[in-house]
Each structure stands twice: as structure tokens, then as C-alpha cells.
Design a binder for this molecule. Sequence first.
Ligand SMILES: [Zn+2]
Length: 233
Amino acid sequence: MPERADREGIDDVVARMARREAAANFRLSTVAEALRLRPEPCPSCRADGWDGHARDWAEELPAVELLPAGEPGGAGPPVLVLLSCELLAPRSLLLVSVAIRRFPAVAGARFETRAVSYARRIGARGDERSVLQAVRRVDRAERWTDGFRAGTATTAGAARSAGDPERGHGPGVALTVPTSTRLRTQDPYGWPGHRSSLAAHFLTPHPRGRLLTRLNDRSLAARLSAARAALTP
Ligand SMILES: [Zn+2]
């Protein structure tokens, strides 16, 4: 028996993910809790570890320490895992800072970007059915943030909703951060490279095929609509 979410139209799933992201982007906060970033090898382009451009980018982020690839981290500030080839908008880290500060129960979790979450779930498959299934799973992995938006989150609730049936519960669970991603260019200081790095995709820095393009269009439309609503008096 499929879950109710599996019968929901994929456009509605993507729109919910977009509203989550927009809500995170419009948070009014200047909190910058200490956070450690760890790159994960990208299964699509094989990028691995930090390069000079990534270090330049990360050094501009507040309260961030870079972990080498493969470094578990041990005791210390929470770890956010990202693909070695992706760039994030700095504001996307704000939600993680707020979570760490308000909900000690999730501070022991490992955070991961939406692109990491999707890459793990899609694996080497690329057919439409697999893409749609992976999107639904990423949506479920982001639900821990929904209480933030509604203003109803509690420590216990955040920890409980962080449980992912596919990945287990409790300490060490990976919490997906609802954030679009950009492909880090090899030519960050030339205009073509800079321009291409501005183009975000809601799910992956390597969108291939019409389905991922269509879903991104849906995501963008929903984010714009949510942003308009947030900015309208
Ligand atoms: Zn890549």
C-alpha cells in the first residue's frame, strides 16, 4: 500500500519543496552557529574534495570550518555534507544555524544538502520512475523543517520528524537541507564560468533530461510565488 504522499502529484511535491526553500530564504535572523562543511565525491562528475575556488567560497561564509573529504568530524560543531562540485547560497545555511540553536536534539544530526540527498537516492539510475521516486524521498527527508515554518516545531518533534525510514532514526541521522544548488565552475573568474555558476537547479548540479528541467521550472514558479506572497504587504 503506497503512502499517501506516493499518490500525490509530483508537481505538488515539488511545489511543497519549493515553499520550504522559500520559507528558509526569508527567515529573519542573523544567527551564524559554527558549522563544519565536508565535501562528498560527486557520482556524476567525479569531483572530489575541496579545490581553490571552493575554499575561496567557503571562506566568505560565517562561522564555517572546512573538513577534508572522508573526515567523520568527531566531536565538534555539526557537519553539513555537500557535493564536491556544488555551491550553495550562503542564506541556505541559515536554516541549519536556527535548527542548531533552537533544537538541541537535531544538533547531533548530520546535515546534507538536497543535492547529496538526491544523489544518494537516485544512484546510477536515471529513468523517469527512479527520478520521481527519488524526489519523493528527498521531500520526506526535508520534512523536519516544516515545523519551523509553521512555528510549531519542538525539540522532540524536530527529532522525531528527522527520522527517515530508509536511513534509520536517532543520532547520526542525515537531515536534508532544502536548498537549490549550483555547479561550481572550473573558471570562476571568467564571465562564462561565473554566469553558468549563477544558474541554480532545485535538486542537482547535473540536471539532465526534460523531466528534471520541467520539475525545476515548477520549483522556480512555486518559489517565485512564495516569495511574492512573502513580500506583499
Ligand atoms: Zn558533480
